[in-house]
Design a binder for this molecule. Sequence first.
Ligand SMILES: [Zn+2]
Length: 480
Amino acid sequence: MAKKQEFVKEITKMEDDFPQWYTDVIMKTDMVDYSPVKGFMVIKPYGYAIWENIQSFLDRRFKETGHQNCYFPLLIPESLLNKEKEHVEGFAPEVAWVTHGGSEKLAERLCVRPTSETIICSMYSKWLTSYRELPYLYNQWCSVVRWEKSTRPFLRTSEFLWQEGHTLHETAEEAQAETLQMLSIYKEMAEDLLAIPMVDGRKSDRERFAGAESTYTIEALMHDGKALQSGTSHNLAQHFTKAFDITFQGRSGELEYPHHTSWGVSTRLIGGIIMVHGDNRGLVLPPRVAPIQVVIIPIAQNKEGVLDKAYEIKKELEAKGIRVKLDDDTNYSPGWKFNQYEMKGVPLRLEIGPRDIEQNIAMIARRDDLSKESYSLDNLGESISALLDTVHNDMLRRATEYRDEKTFTFKDYEEFKVKMKESPGFAKGMWCGEEECEAKVKDETGVTIRCIPFNQENLGDTCHFCQKPAKHMIYAAKAY
Ligand SMILES: [Zn+2]
């Protein structure tokens, strides 16, 4: 027990200092490290394996819905970036420029992609000729660079890993359907893989993507009551296709501009996992995204038969497709290992020792609720598969309950300000739809309208900020 107490002290309590808690967790669990370039992170194997599991879920769903992967260059000529006016204004302040090739100054500056609409559109305009080739359903896995002033690993870094889908469609209806389909795949991924409940909806005009007709978003609530924009899908209409002169011969024989979408999620999702599920002992990983789902720790492993049994169990679980680690390192005590894997958020810990073997059982400890129970060694693979699902469902339920507790409805601006200060979370209210009103709230409180949710409730006839006639019900929050 002494060790456990000592260990817990290593991580700052989240109630005392949430940002420091976050930093302690990511550093002590060996997910990430700071790099020699300020604002750029190194993702270490334990963090990267989480990203790989997110990738593999999404890549499968993208392909099931007809998308193909491809790759476009890292560098974008300045003239291309400048073609869509709103887009360049949105991204110019955070673009990194390449000005030299070797020692020679380039005739035209090249930007490191902050997102790839412009370079991809320049190629689409070269390729597309007829409606018969549509839709274009392409995605790329890559990294992008946005020069950020203040950064936090996973949440906001100057370079981050993501995927960006870029599609072209014959009609506006198809583009809109694609935009919403991809948002719903993101929501499904968040709930089925990460056990994070999402509010889905549309961004206000002020918050939408630079160059988009409309932006849709999934928003999650973190443990500290701040929101995390977790994925976006944009209906770009014909803004870029006109700017880049992408045309095709339509069914009538006339030249037409296609309708365009783009959508992305990034490594910031990992920050979301940490801040939704983590506790004062460290990470709590949802089973389906955890690099290690079950860690087997042999007890008194020098006793005859213990290691053999442990390896036998490992094999049985792996045959069920479970990601297992058996830690038989003799340099560390079982107690030390318990603490390590608890901090690293491994969903299940299986202890097996001579007495367990005698009774044909294993002890299994759950990371999410810290409960411990013995399981028969008969059909252990099946019991553990089922338990991993239970853990997932319980984590999603608890995260949903927590979010709902932190969601409040406000009647007017004064009440909103008080509540946001005392117990921050999602604020639900009516909004007039005017940018001025939204800007005032942001300037005065730092709170932004996160989205106009698909699930609209009628909470009154007037804007809860300014008392003008109300247009939409909104969720507002402070955000990462
Ligand atoms: Zn208003």
